[in-house]
Design a protein around this ligand. Sequence first.
Ligand code: NI
Length: 172
Amino acid sequence: MALLPILCYPDPKLHKVAKPVQAVDARVHQLVSDMLETMYEAKGIGLAATQVDVHERLIVIDVSEDRQQPLVLINPALVWTSPETHLNEEGCLSVPGIYDGVQRFDAIKVTALDGAGKSRTLEADGMLAVCIQHEMDHLLGKVFVEYLSPLKRNRIKTKMLKAQREERDDKD
Ligand code: NI
């Protein structure tokens, strides 16, 4: 097990489009295990492989209260979305400290491989549905702040770059 470094917005690597996972093999098992450890350590509810600079279609999620119900989605595909959407406040481990509203489908149906490589269909609503949509966006190279107005986004970009500069200066 290992903690993986999480890319921070506006790192251009966050905008790479992920490729399908070719085989759920030992390498992928290790990646899943490292991503789960990284997500739990960072107190996040979801993490996409893109965020740890692996550009393959893999996400891990745990929206449970006890933080013991990991969900692994490999090569996820949306097969149904509800006609209803709602505005939901979101945050992201790659944009620490920023929370803002994004319009998402209320309910979705997704097909994916699980951590064992088994094909499954998942119906989700509530926070899980929001989280899956947020993480699947990462695989397309999209960070949630891109739904916000250019003005807000630029403000966030400036704030993130300043925080990253300060962090670097502290280390020197
Ligand atoms: Ni995120």
